[in-house]
Ligand binder design. Structure first.
Ligand SMILES: [Zn+2]
Length: 497
């Protein structure tokens, strides 16, 4: 009886699988952006059993499922090398806001915080697959807390560093693709450079990279960049600067200098790359503007407002005690009341605070970074992220920076979203449209693709992404997530699973 039930179940699963994944598929008539950065070309892409079998002018064989790609661009699935969906994927395996952007692979555990143990997390992802492929980093802060507990507000001893390095090795053996750090954040900020170097060496021994939210993205950005480069140099490990940024007025318009610093390191053999998200603003509570937390001390508030380029760059979006301030800048409110922005700030905090949007970067710096060949596109978002980058990053780059402002060409933007991160993480078979590659693919309309998510409506899905396949299975079609959860776990050098 029991075995009969099992047999029926197995048969039913097999049928489901067949329905979800046609054995053979041909996409005809699309312009191919193959991930290399080379020019678009018209070709038909043939897929069998989850892999691309050929890219040519042949028509579909009889029995193939046929997809008409006319007027569309077909690209490799986007690989988001900085994604914060680790804890959300269990509850939301469809990852709709990610798939809807064309993301087919997410790299989890950035900024120093990762799941732990790595092996257990990856086993869970294998047991309950998601629509996207996942890879994971070992978090520096994660292992630091495991070793130091709550006593982390100090430099680690040699013995503690050794124990952390052992944990990094364990994480790498269990399938992590590198070490991430968040040296600007509470736990990581107490570490000395030498501690991070030792852990990076442990990751390097297993072919991993070092990915860092560097120690400072404001006044001391350049020191922080130099430290990241030094870690790469001393540990002999590739370095990825996360969401590269010049986030305060004293460093605005210095992206060319930052790029020169990285170019010089690359020239002497340090393998440094970066990723960047396409937004010039952050959203948080008004108090984060004042790092020394003296919210009612006018000189501290003055400095805080100067650092974001003035009160005109602080937009009040949610002020329960002052609805009349909403969607106005601090500068405008102060002008109306014949007072100073600092006085308005102090009043708002006293009355319970407010949500604000602050300017973090100037457009010309974002443009300079995106024009560097070593800069990739990444979201720093993820499932449930309340910043519009969580649902908009990739279409935003293609719609606004490629089509509207022509900062970079379409093939080059696609390269930054596909083969560049795939090469960085040595993800074999991904990031390219070529015979033998895994069929993670995105079909989009280059004339309409654009983000729609905003700070007010962060989950609005983009337009223009028409179909997304993961391992040859359709996961997104005509504005809807599909039932297939064909994502797999990726580790360095993964051929396929
Ligand atoms: Zn970060």
């Amino acid at each position: 009886m029991q075995s009969h039930t099992v047999r029926i179940l197995v048969a039913a699963l097999a049928v489901c699988h067949l329905e979800a994944a046609p054995a053979r598929l041909t996409i005809v008539g699309a312009q191919i952006a193959d991930g290399s950065g080379g020019p678009l070309r018209a070709a038909n892409v043939h897929i069998a059993d989850g892999r691309i079998t050929s890219v040519d002018r042949r028509g579909p064989a009889s029995g193939d499922v046929l997809i008409d790609g006319k007027g569309r661009v077909l690209a490799p699935g986007f690989i988001d090398i900085h994604n914060h969906s680790a804890s959300e994927l269990s509850a939301n395996p469809a990852a709709e806001t990610q798939i809807a952007q064309g993301i087919t692979t997410v790299v989890l555990g950035p900024d120093g915080g990762s799941p732990w143990p790595i092996g257990e997390y990856l086993a869970e992802r294998r047991r309950t697959p998601t629509a996207v492929n996942v890879a994971v980093m070992v978090g520096h802060a994660t292992v630091r807390r495991l070793v130091m507990g709550d006593d982390f507000r100090r430099a680690a001893s040699a013995d503690e560093v050794q124990r952390m390095a052992d944990l990094v090795e364990q994480g790498m053996r269990e399938g992590a693709v590198g070490l991430s750090s968040g040296l600007e954040y509470e736990v990581g900020s107490y570490s000395e450079t030498s501690e991070v170097v030792e852990l990076a060496k442990a990751a390097a021994r297993h072919g991993g990279i070092y990915m860092s939210h560097i120690r400072d993205e404001a006044d001391k950005s350049f020191d922080a960049l130099r430290e990241a480069i030094e870690i790469g140099e001393r540990a002999h490990i590739p370095v990825q600067i996360s969401h590269i940024k010049l986030g305060t007025v004293s460093v605005w318009r210095r992206a060319a200098e930052a790029a020169a610093l990285i170019d010089a390191a690359r020239k002497r053999g340090v393998d440094v790359t970066a990723d960047c998200y396409p937004y010039d603003a952050w959203s948080s509570t008004i108090t984060v503007l004042v790092p020394d937390k003296r919210y009612d001390y006018p000189p501290s508030v003055d400095k805080a407002l100067a650092d974001v380029g003035g009160a005109a760059n602080v937009l009040i979006v949610n002020a329960p005690a002052h609805r009349e301030y909403e969607n106005r800048t601090l500068e405008a409110i102060a002008r109306d009341q014949n007072t100073t922005p600092t006085a308005v700030f102090i009043q708002i905090v006293k009355d319970g605070g407010a949500g604000v949007i602050g300017k973090s970067m100037v457009d010309e710096d974002i443009r300079t970074f995106y024009r560097q060949p070593w800069t990739m596109v990444a979201s720093d978002g993820g499932v449930g992220a309340r910043h519009p980058r969580g649902a908009g990053t990739f279409p935003r780059v293609l719609g606004r920076y490629v089509r509207e402002q022509q900062w970079l060409s379409l093939p080059e933007a696609i390269r930054k979203m596909t083969s560049a991160p795939a090469a960085r993480l040595k993800l074999a078979g991904r990031g390219r449209i070529a015979p033998g590659a895994i069929a993670d693919l995105v079909l989009f309309d280059p004339k309409t693709i654009v983000d729609r998510s905003t700070f007010d409506a962060p989950f609005e899905l983009p337009t223009g992404i028409e179909k997304v396949w993961v391992r040859g299975e359709l996961v997104w079609d005509a504005g809807r997530a599909q039932a297939a959860h064909s994502g797999v776990v990726l580790t360095t050098g993964t051929r396929s699973e």
